[in-house]
Ligand binder design. Structure first.
Ligand SMILES: NC(=O)c1ccc[n+]([C@@H]2O[C@H](COP(=O)([O-])OP(=O)(O)OC[C@H]3O[C@@H](n4cnc5c(N)ncnc54)[C@H](OP(=O)(O)O)[C@@H]3O)[C@@H](O)[C@H]2O)c1
Length: 303
């Protein structure tokens, strides 16, 4: 924390915060990344790209307050219970602590990254309902804020256990049922644009997605990128019977809550063209796709 920064990014060593921090840097902005361990490889990579570090922990409010000093805009994201590191209650405490600290520090804009499943009534899944609660809290405070609700990440398609390495890929949607997804690169540049234009976005809630994809779309894009057929089917009934987490998520895809309601043409009008899965597979996702095609057999690892 040795030079003034305009933006404070939480989760800077993670998927979302990393994408936002790098997009802000690409816009030439000064960024401070909140990290637990300044000596981790990811923290060192942030520093190498010109991002300064604030060392702290989301369970330590004083460290959040120190990181806020002199900051104009904040990107807030927390891990959630499926990752196994926090409970739903702890996620809420962390999300509220960032908002309280932003208010106390007088920052001019807070962007809270929620989830596409939030703000649509109780879902019965703690890590979605926690985000609805944080959203309500953020909105209740007298600090200008924007809530972004990302769809499922394209990167999630590459997690172990879904079958890319077997030529038979399974996911939530039916073959002809669309589900919205977002590439982290789009998530990063959209949130960075919002942070850089607070007057335009304060007070707004934005559902964000790059593309609506059916199972058939996945089959087509994966087969093209791999150069051999990769078949698609929804998760089997046997798996959904045995795995209540996946079953509930599948129900939320079917009732529309996780399928996504982002207005993609309107987003493209505001933020420029969104990344399609075909582009992602040959661009930012290329190494993940290649690793998933060649991965050893594994249990499903979705969160
Ligand atoms: N996967 C999806 O498709 C999807 C879609 C929409 C929303 N979401 C939501 O996205 C969130 C996760 O975001 P992500 O994927 O960017 O997470 P991620 O890649 O797992 O990164 C988590 C970040 O939080 C930091 N962190 C964890 N605990 C911390 C603590 N106690 N104090 C300070 N920093 C801490 C980690 O730092 P370290 O480097 O120190 O570990 C890391 O930078 C979840 O709430 C999830 O529900 C996910």
């Amino acid at each position: 924390m040795n030079q003034p920064a305009e933006f404070l990014v939480f989760g800077a060593t993670g998927q979302q915060g990393g994408a936002v921090a790098h997009a802000l840097r690409a816009n030439g902005r000064k960024v401070r990344g909140f990290v637990r361990d300044p000596y981790s490889e990811k923290a060192k990579a942030l520093m190498a790209s010109g991002i300064t570090l604030a060392v702290g922990n989301l369970f330590d409010r004083a460290s959040i307050d120190r990181a806020m000093e002199g900051i104009q805009g904040v990107f807030s994201v927390q891990t959630s219970s499926p990752g196994g590191e926090v409970s739903d209650e702890q996620e809420i405490i962390q999300g509220k602590a960032i908002a309280d600290s932003a208010l106390a520090a007088g920052v001019s804009h807070l962007v809270y990254s929620s989830s596409g499943a939030a703000g649509k009534g109780p879902t019965g899944m703690g890590h979605f309902d926690s985000k609805s609660e944080i959203e309500n809290y953020v909105r209740s405070l007298p600090v200008p804020s924007t809530i972004t609700r990302p769809a499922s990440f394209m990167e999630m398609l590459m997690l172990p256990g879904m079958g890319l390495n077997t030529g038979h890929f399974s996911f939530f949607m039916q073959r002809n049922q669309p589900m919205q997804m977002i590439a982290l690169e789009d998530l990063g540049r959209i949130n960075a644009h919002i942070l850089c234009n607070p007057q335009q976005f304060a007070g707004k809630v934005l559902e964000i997605s790059s593309q609506a994809l059916t199972g058939e779309d996945l089959e087509y894009a994966f087969s093209n990128a791999a150069g051999f057929p990769i078949h698609y089917q929804r998760f089997s009934e046997a798996l959904l019977t045995q795995n209540s987490f996946l079953r509930r998520l599948t129900e939320l895809v079917d009732n529309g809550i996780v399928a996504g309601v982002a207005d993609i043409p309107a987003l493209e009008a505001m933020f420029g063209e969104m990344m399609k899965l075909e582009q992602w597979l040959t661009g930012p996702g290329k190494h993940l796709f290649s690793a998933a095609l060649n991965a050893p057999q594994a249990e499903i690892a979705l969160r």
